[in-house]
Design a protein around this ligand. Structure first.
Ligand code: ATP
Length: 598
């Protein structure tokens, strides 16, 4: 042994000296026993003796007694376990610093396995999060893409409470950091952006980075929620915070003493939450009469739990990112910092083109098209529209050997018509073997696809009329849609939060597509009078007043309660109006799409 090692204080003495602290602080007994047993400091009988002891402090006393009986090596290994598995023995890390503990070289060679429920839970969460976030799932079940093959940075601008710009965020690590915090007392990192600008994908990327330990944060737990799920719970259904976290996210295995939940309650700053799509909450709740939940043990309505989390009544100090469509304003008091997503810059768009098109020749052809049409290029700054445009380009190239879009002046309506054409073309009979590419015939594609298109349009309109973005298998069948129609790509199943064996639920691949199809349904229906076609215009003008979402009830004095429905619903109606205007433009009606049925 060298000089330095000789000078070490004996661990046996340390355990005697600090016995009281150890007895009162040590948790995760099983992990200690597992490692002492695996390294033969304990035999099976020692483990049984400890396990037969009734209370936790007594179990610790027994372990200390046994390791001290076994001598210095056993005591040193005992301290080494605490040092090595710092997550599980977080309360004793200051103690190790205080005694200036450094493991000896011999100890460093010893194998310690983390069987602590908290650490296992962290691992399980990371594993599940990685599995769930590695692919971009959103569009067309046919082509799932790896997140890392398609994710492109977008412009993120910071704002203060007076909506003055504080500059731009350069990396996702800054999102959780201190940059741009204008209210340290606030709880929420508020991320806003227009439809399709990439809010959900941003969260997905963040979750994926965390799962791979590539996000700079000391958070060891990560819970992701879509706000929409809070509308799925029945109003009378009461759930606990524990169930919300574990049942609808990730369940802790082998945790008989509830250590994971206790840890979360004690160290909320180690937890990140993401709540996606606050605008999608569809509850009509009586804002003034919803009681706050302040105890983590109490059961409550899921929405109450959400709001209590958001305003820090529960798990205060946890990191919370909330995304919403532009236009939903929260009170500054609950906001810590505000980020507005702006979509792709011209450079981001170039990168995105590279990721979308592998061949340089194709990249050049697409860039030429975009350069020739500033309007189209502007649309492509929104990632969703970029995705649709590039999907259409690829489709045109595969089927017709061209990258030319049909119109010189492209509108949003064109983009969605094109997307529908792409989906419907899956119904078309394959080109004859002699023809390399089929000849383009838009009206033929729409004629062949009219039945399913009308079915999806009806389904979209019905959903919008009742303010719902979800549809059941029954509603789908009632609209005359078959299993084959489902494969076209308009709808996708939602599996999340489906803990029960409830029948499958579906949603349109994007809410904007639902708005488009709803407008389509209004135009298609020959029975509809002029007045009913325009009904959403009237709806929107009636709902003009600024509206507030339920967070008002945790900040009661800040926001005036207003009409029942959230303004988000209004926004979808406004999209429908926009598409309706687009579809009613005479050129469309005459030239391209409707000639097959008008
Ligand atoms: N950063 C990105 N890199 C690559 N593709 C992206 C990115 N952001 C968005 N997209 C594409 O745009 C689509 C829509 O993005 P996303 O669902 O995140 O939008 P959103 O802002 O959440 O929309 P909404 O408000 O309607 O929910 C994605 O499915 C993806 O194809």
């Amino acid at each position: 042994m060298g000089q330095v090692e000789e000078a070490r204080v004996s661990c046996l003495d340390l355990l005697t000296c600090h016995r009281e602290l150890l007895v009162s602080t040590l948790r995760s007994i099983q992990c200690l026993l597992d490692n002492l047993l695996a390294n033969r400091f304990f035999c099976e009988e020692d483990v049984e003796i400890v396990q037969r002891t009734v209370t936790k402090p007594n179990q610790v006393r027994k372990i200390l007694e046994l390791v001290q009986c076994k001598g210095e090596d056993a005591c040193e290994f005992f301290v080494f376990i605490i040092y090595k598995i710092c997550d599980a023995y977080i309360d004793l890390q200051p103690w190790l610093k205080e005694i200036n503990y450094k493991p000896s070289r011999d100890m460093e060679e010893m194998k310690v396995v983390n069987t602590d429920p908290i650490s296992r839970y962290c691992e399980k969460q990371r594993h599940e999060m990685s599995r769930d976030t590695s692919f971009i799932m959103s569009y067309g079940q046919q082509d799932e893409t790896r997140l890392e093959d398609l994710y492109t940075d977008t412009v993120m601008e910071l704002f203060n409470d007076a909506n003055e710009s504080l500059g731009f965020i350069q990396s996702l690590n800054q999102l959780l950091g201190e940059d741009g915090v204008f209210n340290p007392q606030g709880e929420i990192i508020y991320v806003m952006g227009d439809a399709g600008v990439g809010k959900s994908i941003l969260l997905q990327k963040l979750q994926n980075l965390w799962s791979k330990r590539e996000l700079q944060t000391d958070a060891i737990f990560f819970f992701k929620f879509r706000c929409r799920m809070f509308s799925i719970f029945k109003e009378a259904e009461q759930i606990s915070l524990r169930d919300l976290l574990f049942k609808y996210n990730c369940y802790p295995d082998h945790d008989p003493d509830n250590e994971v939940f206790d840890y979360i309650l004690r160290f909320p700053d180690k937890v990140v939450f993401t709540f996606d799509g606050y605008d999608e909450i569809q509850e009509e709740i009586d804002l003034m009469n919803v009681p706050e939940v302040v105890s983590p043990e109490d059961k409550a309505n899921s929405l109450q739990l959400l709001l209590s989390l958001l305003c820090g009544k529960l798990l205060k100090g946890s990191k919370k990112i909330l995304t919403t469509r532009t236009g939903i304003e929260l009170q500054s008091r609950v906001i810590k910092k505000k980020v507005v997503l702006r979509g792709f810059s011209p450079d981001h768009l170039k990168t995105y083109i590279k990721l979308q098109f592998k061949e340089q020749e194709h990249r050049d052809l697409v860039s030429v098209q975009l350069d020739a049409s500033p309007h189209l290029c502007g649309l492509c700054s929104t990632p969703l529209f970029s995705w649709i445009v590039f999907k259409s380009f690829r489709h045109l190239h595969t089927i017709h050997d061209t990258f030319h879009l049909p119109e010189t002046s492209i509108t949003l309506t064109d983009i969605f018509l094109l997307l529908s054409e792409v989906f419907l073309s899956r119904l078309a009979t394959p080109a004859s073997p002699l023809l390399k590419k089929s000849t383009r015939c838009t009206s033929e594609t729409f004629r062949v696809g009219l039945r399913p298109l009308a079915g999806f349009a009806k389904l979209a309109l019905q959903g919008l009329e009742r303010g719902s973005f979800l549809c059941s298998q029954e509603e789908i069948s009632e609209c005359g849609l078959t299993e084959e129609d489902m494969a076209l790509g308009f709808l996708r199943p939602i599996s999340e939060f489906d803990a029960t064996d409830a029948p499958a639920t579906f949603e349109f691949i994007h809410i904007t597509l639902q708005s488009f199809l709803a407008a389509f349904a209004l135009v298609l229906d020959e029975q509809t009078s002029g007045n009913s076609i325009l009904k959403f215009f009237t709806e929107c003008s009636r709902r003009r007043e600024p509206c507030c979402l339920p967070l008002a009830f945790c900040t009661r004095s800040f926001v005036k309660p207003c009409e029942k429905r959230p303004s988000s619903t209004n926004e979808h109606l406004q999209f429908t109006n926009l598409f309706l205007s687009g579809l009613l433009v005479a050129t469309f009606v005459c030239c391209h799409y409707f000639d097959c049925w008008v």
